[in-house]
Design a protein. Structure first.
Length: 235
């Protein structure tokens, strides 16, 4: 039973039938850090019925300026997936929160992502992003799974949606990935909130069919100059 009071303003925007679609969907969020925290919060708030949180790392003190699902008491005690699950279950008791504590590999990805309707790339390394891209590309056509990709660095962020046979793959868009980030890499916390929220919006639009997707488009966010630019990836 959907809590109509909780979602009454949402229903006015997307309709009761689309709210039911959200309730019956399963979304995997890969990486529960700066981007994943925002994506998880908003998907839980919007009533996604089943959310799978995937992460094997534990929160660090240096994460807390931007990874809003993790608190001081979580530092070095539990995985980010478990830390996030505890909070999200109390935030919205009407949805299901699953976890996979560990790293996705070629050997386990098929089993871990079984039954998922949308995959959200919130990781901080292109090795895992490419693994997700390969999974989407190799998945049986009649059950193709959309991949929402985002990355952040400094004041900047980028977002796009990958759909088999409708868009270029992530490897085609980014054949030469940037250098990997680490704990010393510069990152402006608020940009992760904006980019993560846009990722969550893409997921909602994929499931409900409401609004235009970032298919064959790369959205570039530059908070230093307060600019948003869309690059057309077609042709």
């Amino acid at each position: 039973m959907i809590n109509s009071e909780r979602y009454k303003r949402e229903i006015k925007v997307i309709g009761a039938k689309n709210l039911e679609k959200l309730k019956n969907s399963k979304v995997a969020i890969v990486g529960i850090g700066e981007l994943g925290s925002l994506v998880a919060y908003y998907l839980a708030a919007m009533g996604i019925g089943d959310i799978l949180l995937i992460d094997g790392d534990r929160p660090k003190a240096s994460n807390l300026d931007r990874q809003i699902l993790h608190w001081e008491e979580d530092i070095d005690t539990v995985s980010k997936a478990i830390s996030a699950k505890w909070k999200l279950q109390r935030f919205n008791s009407g949805i299901k929160i699953e976890t996979f504590v560990g790293r996705l590999t070629k050997e386990n990805i098929n089993e871990v992502l079984k039954g998922v309707d949308v995959v959200v790339d919130c990781v901080d390394n292109f090795e895992t992003s490419y693994l997700l891209d390969d999974y989407i590309d190799d998945y049986i056509e009649e059950n193709s799974i959309p991949l929402v990709h985002a990355a952040v660095s400094g004041f900047y962020g980028q977002i796009t949606t990958i759909i088999l046979k409708e868009t270029e793959s992530l490897r085609e868009i980014f054949p030469n990935p940037p250098a990997e980030k680490n704990e010393k890499s510069p990152l402006f916390g608020p940009v992760t909130g904006i980019v993560g929220t846009i990722e969550a919006a893409e997921v909602i639009k994929i499931i409900t069919g409401c609004g235009m997707l970032l298919k064959n488009k790369l959205l570039i966010v530059d908070l230093a100059r307060n600019s948003f630019e869309i690059i057309n990836l077609e042709g």
